[in-house]
Design a protein around this ligand. Structure first.
Ligand code: CP
Length: 310
């Protein structure tokens, strides 16, 4: 693992190592790296959770985060994402975290750089760090993936979260089901489609997706109440879930659209736990990449001690 671009690139062994590393970082913490290293967060699309949790992850590891605002940067003068990335490499960044709207541009971009690149969301492509924190949250609950029934429900066609999770969960041996209104199905994902009613009856993990209004055409406009009743997690459907089953959602949440408002913080919901886990999953990704590249080693990262920053 030289970059972190797609869950398709990772074997079962690599995924489990990252999950275990995330868990260990959460439970035990780490001594900050005792050497000046910079991480650049290049976000060309809006973000709250991903950007902030990468920033906190970097600070907990002892890296200095370089913030970047595309609205006030030379992107406004026509500089490309590749030239922006090359610039941060030249300035001395040791790792780049990039969110942008185009699919399939990050691999060629990463191939042109000598430092690791992390995909923080590429349009409708993938969101692998979100997937890792989702995997961590599922693992904390069940301590296994093999044989778990996981339903990914909602705006599949426009969702990078759906794609990354379907690939990773299937690598880990879970049974992946998709559920969506017919217009938002994605035939490139070869997993069975089931109704949301079947999903709540049979699944251990009920993963809702945000309706991605910003990626829709005009004819995709929905009636929110009708959508919740037909395709969302209503209070009645939540009551039919298995006793041990959990609710996930990558957030931000459209309360009352894909999930009933009161279920966001209900007993089965792990939505805010997912956010908390995001910091440790992202620490694990950065640490693994820097170690694999020989940028840090055991000597400069120090021994694990009490949880840093808590
Ligand atoms: N889940 C997620 O990617 O949230 P943000 O868009 O706020 O980063």
């Amino acid at each position: 693992m030289n970059h972190f671009l797609s869950m398709k690139d990772l074997s079962e062994h690599e995924l489990l190592r990252l999950i275990k590393e995330s868990e260990e970082l959460k439970e035990t913490g780490i001594e900050p790296i005792n050497r000046k290293l910079f991480a650049a967060n290049l976000f060309f699309e809006p973000s709250t959770r991903t950007k902030m949790s990468f920033t906190i992850a970097q600070r907990r590891l002892g890296l200095e985060s370089l913030d970047f605002n595309s609205d006030t940067s030379s992107v406004q003068k026509g500089e490309t994402i590749y030239d922006t990335a090359r610039t941060f490499e030249a300035l001395g960044a040791s790792v780049l975290v990039i969110r942008q709207s185009e699919e399939e541009i990050l691999q060629p971009l990463a191939d042109g750089l000598s430092i690791p690149v992390i995909n923080a969301g590429d349009g409708k492509g993938e969101h692998p760090s979100q997937s890792l924190l989702d995997l961590l949250t599922i693992y904390q609950e069940y301590k296994k993936f093999t044989g778990l029934n996981v339903a990914i429900i909602g705006d599949i066609k426009h969702s990078r979260v759906a794609r990354s999770n379907a690939y990773a969960l299937s690598t880990l041996g879970a049974n992946v089901y998709l559920s969506s209104k017919p217009e938002w199905q994605d035939s490139t994902l070869r997993f069975p489609y089931i109704s949301i009613d079947e999903a709540v009856d049979k699944c251990d993990v009920v993963m809702l997706l945000r309706v991605q209004h910003e990626r829709h055409q005009e004819n995709d406009i929905i009636n929110k109440t009708e959508y919740l009743d037909s395709y969302g997690l209503t209070i009645d459907r939540e009551k039919r879930m298995k006793e041990h089953a959990i609710i996930l959602h990558p957030a931000p949440v459209n309360r009352g659209v894909e999930i009933a408002d009161s279920l966001v913080e209900s007993g089965k919901s792990r939505i805010f736990k997912q956010m908390e886990n995001g910091v440790y999953a992202r620490m694990a990704i950065i640490k693994t990449l820097l170690e694999n590249r020989g940028i840090i080693d055991a000597e400069i990262i120090g021994e694990r001690t009490a949880l840093v920053g808590r």
